[in-house]
Design a protein around this ligand. Structure first.
Ligand code: NAI
Length: 248
């Protein structure tokens, strides 16, 4: 018996990184997994194969999460293919870092659109389905910098703080319909996104983390599994920091 047997999950931006780890963990707990990414290229096809190898139904869909119409279309397609959507993980995200003085309007708009508007798009398209099912679990991928702010990441931090406000509001608005919404705030997780940082920065990060290491995508996937499953049936509107004790 898996924790997610009989459930269908939709995860955005899951061709690699944290989204992929969540997809694999959900599949190992028995969930059918629909996932999106900008393109279903060789990498995404391999992700699809790895998920399918766990014996669940899965399909990757090419869609730009920042685009409202694209999202409505892909959610309708997924609903048709899978028959239901029980879990939505708004994971797609990017960084375009820079100090405020040098930040362009394009850097601001891109990060807000991909990181925050995407979650609005998917929640808007998925909640009518969840309301008819009278249940659903929504997980917004935030970040510790959405809680605490970060110099050089005003756009990213604002988008991630928005993910928390969005999850809390949905929790209050749709709780009576059996829909829960929570946010995960990962700290320093080792993926391609953070791999661009210099070795020095990475070593410095680890030194300042109480658990003395960067997190793994699986560390985040475990918490996502808890929030997606009925183990958290009385947990809604919360932010779970997965940061090795960095934010307390
Ligand atoms: P990643 O860059 O490895 O993966 C992100 C995925 O999202 C990629 O497959 C990418 O193609 C996809 N994506 C980007 N724009 C998209 C769009 N418009 N539509 C659909 N898909 C799109 O990143 P990682 O590290 O796996 O991050 C996943 C989430 O976790 C992001 O929201 C990120 O902000 C968040 N996060 C990551 C942390 C870290 O330390 N890696 C820390 C805190 C939060």
């Amino acid at each position: 018996m898996g924790l997610l047997d009989g459930k269908t999950a939709l995860i955005t931006g899951a061709a690699r990184g944290i989204g992929k780890a969540i997809a694999l963990k959900f599949a190992s707990e028995g969930a059918n997994v629909a996932f999106t990414d900008l393109a279903i290229d060789e990498n995404a096809q391999n992700t699809e194969k790895e998920i399918a190898a766990m014996g669940v139904k899965t399909k990757g869909y090419a869609s730009n999460a920042a685009n409202f119409e694209d999202t409505a279309k892909v959610v309708a397609e997924i609903h048709k293919d899978f028959g239901r959507i029980d879990i939505l993980v708004n994971n797609a995200g990017i960084t375009r870092d820079g100090l405020m003085m040098r930040m362009s309007e394009q850097q601001w708009d891109m990060v807000i659109n991909v990181n925050l508007k995407s979650a609005f798009n998917f929640i808007h398209a998925c909640t009518p389905i969840m309301m008819r099912q009278k249940s659903g679990s929504i997980i917004n991928m935030s970040s510790v910098v959405g809680v605490s702010g970060n110099a050089g990441q005003a756009n990213y931090s604002a988008s991630k703080a928005g993910m928390i406000g969005l999850a809390k509001s949905i929790a209050k608005e749709l709780g009576s319909r059996g829909i829960r919404a929570n946010a995960i705030a990962p700290g320093f997780i080792i993926t391609e996104m953070t791999d661009q940082l210099s070795e020095e920065v990475k070593a410095d990060w680890a030194k300042n983390i109480p658990l003395r290491r960067g997190g793994t995508p699986e560390d985040v996937a475990n918490v996502a599994t808890f929030l997606a499953s009925d183990l958290s049936s009385y947990v809604s509107g919360q932010v779970v920091n997965v940061c090795g004790g960095m934010n307390t």
